[in-house]
Design a protein around this ligand. Structure first.
Ligand code: NAP
Length: 285
């Protein structure tokens, strides 16, 4: 029998691409915020009663850091309470949950990354705090769950998908607008090609439940990555370095050590190479 997957946040950057990829292979019910507001617990319960999913990918969230800082109550309702509603419904229906968390749980850690799953996260934004609180609460509700802490995803606009700010799209937008790109040389984070991540899901459904750092290794700064993208495009002169946002010489490092997942056979192409791959797939190089 075809497995049934319920995915929240179905109109988002990840959700739209996940559904396009697996429609037909799994029985997928993808719901956006208008079809299922996850803060409305009675609607969450009804959705589960009607569909009876085998797997749930909880991709709905308010993931805009500045918005969350400015509207902490709204962010909490969606990012924490909404996740709790979904997890409780999973428990009732014995559905296996993928809860998508974030590298941002480490954005206040004073020590350098890459961080392991055993490291103590210190989030210093509402979004990061929400994700960590949701993780901890969900662990007390449900055992059948994978918590995947994603690095920053990248991809390009495609038909019937949504697009979020990301390194490669930011670079192309700067080129289209004719502006000089400004990137920070004091920020380090993993950058994962969204399609490579989506391809890993059938394998992820077979690994032991637990918390996993998920995505590509990257040893380069945002500035160096932007330089790489623009060099690939023959536009390296269109880059300027800025440090001010994270108070240079302070370094912002939210890189994740993904070796736990790697040992289970879920591996990712290093960010610089994956970026070249993406540009090639879209025929920019
Ligand atoms: N993209 C990344 O780089 C990245 C990195 C780390 C972790 N993550 C996590 O990965 C997941 C997917 O990210 P994404 O990039 O696809 O985010 P996204 O594009 O912002 O999509 C999230 C979706 O959640 C929906 N949503 C917001 N409030 C809701 C509510 N009350 N009820 C139901 N749905 C609601 C939004 O729907 P509407 O637009 O209809 O409001 C939106 O389409 C999120 O949990 C995010 O925190 C993403």
């Amino acid at each position: 029998m075809t497995a049934k997957i319920l995915i929240t946040g179905a109109k988002g950057f990840f959700g739209t691409r996940f559904i396009n990829r697996y429609q037909g292979e799994f029985e997928i019910l993808g719901l956006d915020s208008k079809q299922l507001d996850i803060t409305d617990n009675s609607k969450v319960i009804k959705t589960f009663d009607d569909f009876e999913p085998d797997y749930v990918i909880h991709a709905a969230a308010i993931a805009i850091t500045d918005f969350c800082n400015q509207h902490p109550d709204v962010a909490y309702q969606v990012n924490v309470q909404g996740a709790i509603n979904v997890a409780k419904a999973c428990k009732t229906h014995q559905a296996k949950l993928v809860f998508i968390s974030s590298e941002q749980v480490f954005n206040g850690n004073p020590e350098a990354g890459p961080y392991k799953e055993t490291d103590h996260p210190i989030p210093d934004t509402i979004y990061g705090q929400n994700k960590l609180e949701a993780e901890n609460t969900l662990r007390s509700i449900l055992d059948d769950m994978w918590i995947l802490r994603f690095t920053w995803l990248f991809g390009l606009p495609e038909r019937n998908t949504s697009i979020n700010p990301n390194v490669i799209w930011n670079a192309l937008q700067a080129l289209i607008k004719g502006s000089v790109m400004k990137e920070r040389s004091n920020e380090f984070r993993g950058l994962t090609y969204v399609h490579e991540l989506i391809e890993q899901f059938p394998k992820i459904f077979t690994i032991p439940y637990g918390t996993y750092h998920t995505g590509a290794h990257n040893s380069l700064s945002r500035y160096q990555i932007a330089e790489h993208i623009l060099t690939e495009l023959g536009q390296q002169h269109r880059l300027a370095e800025v440090l001010e946002r994270y108070d240079a010489p302070k370094i912002r490092d939210v890189r994740l050590d993904t070796s736990k997942l790697g040992e289970l056979g879920v591996n990712f192409t290093e960010s610089k190479t994956a970026i070249s791959q993406c540009l090639k797939e879209f025929h920019f190089t």
